[in-house]
Design a protein around this ligand. Sequence first.
Ligand SMILES: [Zn+2]
Length: 340
Amino acid sequence: MKNYFTRLLGNEEIKARLGKAIERGTLPHAFLIGGPSGSGKRTLAREICAALNCKGEGASLPCGSCSSCRRIYDGNFPDIIILKKPEDRATIGVDHVKSFREDMFLSSTESEYKIYLIEDAHTMTPEAQNALLKVLEEPPVGVYIFLLADECDKILTTIKSRSQYIAMTRFTVAELSEILKRKSSDAATMSRLDPNKFSSLIIAADGRVGRALSLFDKRLSEKSAEERADVMAFISSLQPRKSFVDIYEALSQFPEKRQELSLLLESVTNAIRDMVIFLSGGKTEPTFFTSSEECGMLAREIGMKRLLSVYDALLSALELLSKNAGVQNVRASLASALKA
Ligand SMILES: [Zn+2]
């Protein structure tokens, strides 16, 4: 058996049923795909579009790599037409649906099929929904219509009865956490989240992969912003006009957990290395700083001699951490090295 719709996670039963229908040429022409935001409705619709147009051979349908698949994933395929709720409006009105409907009777550009996706279908006014009834009942040849709805109770019964209903399944907490760990390209950053935060995000995602991923992105970017602020506070404390009290205060903001402290010290070390390279006239782009100007300004103020001694102190601290020295001892020895 082929692997169907590999870009959509879970929902195995739905994928097998629809994949086989596409291969047999028995796919219904109108669908209502229901499920909360972030549950994979759009991914499923796009996978079906790709499978209908896929030119590839192989174990997966769609193949994901033929020119049709690639253009569909890039949102760059002429015979897929999308209707969305305008951002400044609360509903999709009847006029939108009418012009959409007229387009269905025009011939396709290059594909055998014309595919229409109505996102936010639950925001269609009753008039707009009624305007769709006729084409749902008897779609023009080669036309497929997908209605994507967060709240299916807002869809008229007459529409529901004329389309095949697909309910996206939710994931259990255990499945979601497994998927996220597998999917995360940034495993190092993810590992910095404390386990309680990880669990609370999984629960907040309410079984939806898309939602979970966006919550993680947000949390990870907050986390890296916090870390960046700690590094910058430390670097500013090294300026000659600052006193040791400033350095001590910056150090007191450093994490108390071994792994977190070690990752932060690595970021500080990278920032110092950027400045040393800048002062030595190196041309490489900084890895920590966002621009050479920002890096250069601080580097000139702190000066090469101080930067090199701080760099040594940081490397010693990282070495102590790797040898399992106590976190408090490492912080204390770093502080005294910086005072010297
Ligand atoms: Zn393909």
